[in-house]
Design a protein around this ligand. Structure first.
Ligand SMILES: C/C=C/C(=O)SCCNC(=O)CCNC(=O)[C@H](O)C(C)(C)COP(=O)(O)OP(=O)(O)OC[C@H]1O[C@@H](n2cnc3c(N)ncnc32)[C@H](O)[C@@H]1OP(=O)(O)O
Length: 270
């Protein structure tokens, strides 16, 4: 199996790209099962946070340049249509990461190159090991550096100046520089343990609170204007306020000097 799923702590699943001999390159027999596993975990209400990582000291070296294999349902297609199907498989993984209810934490060790960088960017949180490095590699391959949403995701993560630097130069960014530019939020060793600890913390909060926060975060990043967006965000806050007692519990717990215990089922759901 080129994909492993582990459950190291309550509420936390770890999805591991597992083809270390190719630095977890994104062949179809890796990425189709990754997509399927993510969809499966998205339907599992006991999974409150997901960690995405790679086996053997690499996150992913991007598109498989040796033997990517065949995308599903592409037999007999002319070359341009075949190429489109191939991209769609990889794009679907990026879109799935974003669509999941649960926050996804990329735990990057070693290479996050080309499509591997895009996978990390599609996650909600990125953390790096001290030996992680990142490269927008399209340009190094004589192509464009626009792939799998990179030109959407990267400027939103690090700003246009850093994004342009990385996309036009194809240079490597090490973990410390990635931290400085905001490409990752932490450098930690062992990186997966840190990611699981973040997942456990997330799993302790209100489930709809976390889900709504993920929705709001990404809607906010993509919103056209602050003034049109604030009411949308506010409705999310009110929705939680009206449908749970969590806010009252948080205030009460603070007054009593204890940790709050959140319950999300006052009205038995919607
Ligand atoms: C839509 C998406 C588009 C894209 O993703 S475009 C980007 C595609 N990816 C790349 O251009 C990266 C290609 N790989 C590299 O540049 C280097 O690798 C690295 C910098 C990532 C790592 O270098 P080092 O640490 O020296 O390792 P190593 O000896 O080059 O690789 C170890 C084994 O892994 C295989 N491998 C590495 N990357 C890929 C890949 N992308 N596709 C298939 N195999 C790969 C190699 O060949 C080799 O294997 P062997 O020892 O048998 O020669």
């Amino acid at each position: 199996m080129f994909v492993e799923v582990e459950r190291p702590a309550p509420g936390v699943a770890v999805v591991i790209l597992n083809r270390p001999e190719r630095l977890n390159a994104m062949a179809f027999d890796v990425m189709v099962p990754v997509r399927d596993q993510l969809v499966e975990l998205g339907r599992d209400n006991d999974v409150r946070a997901i960690v995405l990582t790679g086996a053997g000291g690499a996150f992913s070296s991007g598109a498989d340049q040796k033997s990517a294999g065949k995308p599903p349902h592409a037999d007999g297609l002319p070359r341009p249509a075949y190429a489109l199907r191939s991209m769609e498989v990889l794009e679907d993984v990026v879109a799935t990461l974003r669509r999941l209810h649960q926050p996804v934490i990329a735990a990057v060790d070693g290479a996050a190159v080309g499509g591997g960088l895009c996978l990390a960017l599609a996650c909600d949180i990125r953390i790096a090991s001290p030996t992680a490095y990142f490269r927008a590699a399209g340009i190094n391959n004589g192509l464009t550096a626009n792939e799998l949403g990179l030109s959407y995701l990267l400027p939103r993560a690090v700003g246009t100046s850093h994004a342009a630097d990385l996309m036009f130069t194809g240079r490597d960014v090490d973990a410390d520089e990635a931290l400085r530019m905001g490409l990752v939020s932490r450098v930690a060793d062992p990186v997966v343990d840190e990611a699981v600890a973040i997942g456990e913390r997330i799993a302790g909060f209100s489930q709809p609170g976390i889900e709504m926060t993920k929705r709001s975060l990404h809607a906010g990043i993509a919103a056209g204007s602050l003034e049109s967006y604030m009411p949308v965000e506010g409705i999310g806050q009110l929705y939680l306020r009206m449908l749970t007692d969590n806010f009252e519990e948080a205030v009460q717990a603070r007054a009593e000097g204890r940790d709050p215990v959140f319950r999300d089922d006052r009205d038995g759901g919607i």
